[in-house]
Design a protein around this ligand. Sequence first.
Ligand SMILES: Cc1ncc(COP(=O)(O)O)c(C=O)c1O
Length: 366
Amino acid sequence: MRPLVAHIDLDALRHNYQLACRCAPQSRSVAVIKADAYGHGALACARALEADVPAFAVACIEEALSLREGGIRAPIILLEGIFSADELALVDQHRLWTSVHSAWQVEALLAYAPQQPIPVWLKVDSGMHRLGFPPEEAPSVWQRLVNAPQVTALHLMSHFATADAQDASYFNRQMAALQALAAELNAPLCLANSPATLAWPAAHGDWNRPGVMLYGSDPLEIANEITQQLRPVMSLRSEIMALRELSVGEQVGYGGRWKAKRPSKIAVVAAGYGDGYDRHAVDGTPVLVNGQRCPIAGKVSMDMLTVDVTDVPDAVIGSEVVFWGTASNGAVLSVDEVARYCDTISYTLLTGVLPRAPRRYHRAHI
Ligand SMILES: Cc1ncc(COP(=O)(O)O)c(C=O)c1O
C-alpha cells in the first residue's frame, strides 16, 4: 500500500476547540467545519466535537445535509445562506440555521411558511466587501426580520478582513461600525473568526466562529502565548520509497532545479501534487525525516517529491517522512511554516489534501 496517510488527531481537535472557548469564556463558539472541516473530514470532526459545541458552521446546504445524513443533530448554520429559494424547505425540514446576506434571500425567507421559525443571522458588510448588507441598510432589514413569524433568534454577523494582522486600524473601523449597529438595534453579535478569537477580545460576541485554529494552525501574523498551545490536528505522513547517491553537480527532478553542491543522498518520497502537496514548495521547504528536519530538493512531481537526507544517516527505504504535523518521535512541523515556503496559507494546504491521501482518525495521541 502506498504509505501516504493524513492522520487526524481528534483529541487535538477537541483540545483546540476548548482553547477557543477558554479565549472567549463569555461567548458561545461555533465550530467552523466547512470545506470538509478544512480537509480533515467534516463528519468525523463533527462527531468528535458534537458533545461540546453549541453549533457547527458550514458554507452551504450540501455540507449541512451530509452532516445530517451522518447523524449530526446539533444546530448547523449556513454561513452563505441559501443559494436558491427552494433550499428553504430543506433548511426547515433539517432544522438548519441560515444567514442572509442579500435582499433576494430576505424576500424568499419572508415569502416562505416554515413549520417552525428559522434561526437567522443577518450578515453585515462592515468592511470585507464580500457578502452582507451595508451598515446603513442593515437596520431596515433587521426591522423586517426581527418580528417576522418565519424568524427566530435573529443575530447580526460580520466577518473581519484583517484580524490576523498586527495593524489594528482597519479592524477597529469594522468594530466601530458593528458596535454602533449593535447598540442601535440591541442586537446579539457573531463576529470573531480564529484570529479575532485569539487576539481581539473586543470582537468576542454572543457567538464566535473559530475555524482554522481548531485544526491547530496559528492564524496570527505573530504567534502569542495562546497560539503556542494549539496542537496540530493533521499529520500528513509518508515514507521514503527510494534513495539516490548523487555527485557534486548532479541535478534532481523536472527542470533540474536542485543541483548537488556536495556528495548528496536524496530520498524519493511517496507524495506529490497529485495528493495535494503544493507544487510551489521551494528548495529548502522543510519535511521531517525520522523526526529530523530536512529540505525538499527539486520540484515536486505528481506522485513523488525529493528530499536531501545527506545529514540523516539513518534514512532508509521505509523511513517516516512528515510534511506537516507530528512525527512519531514527537517532533512537530507546523503547517503554517510549510505554507510560508509555498507562498500560501495553511488553509490552502489543509483543504488541498486530496482524497488520494486517506484520512486515518485517532482518538488517543498518535
Ligand atoms: C464567514 C466566516 N466565518 C468564520 C470563518 C472562520 O475563519 P477562520 O478559519 O479564519 O477562523 C470563515 C472562514 O473563512 C468565514 O468565511
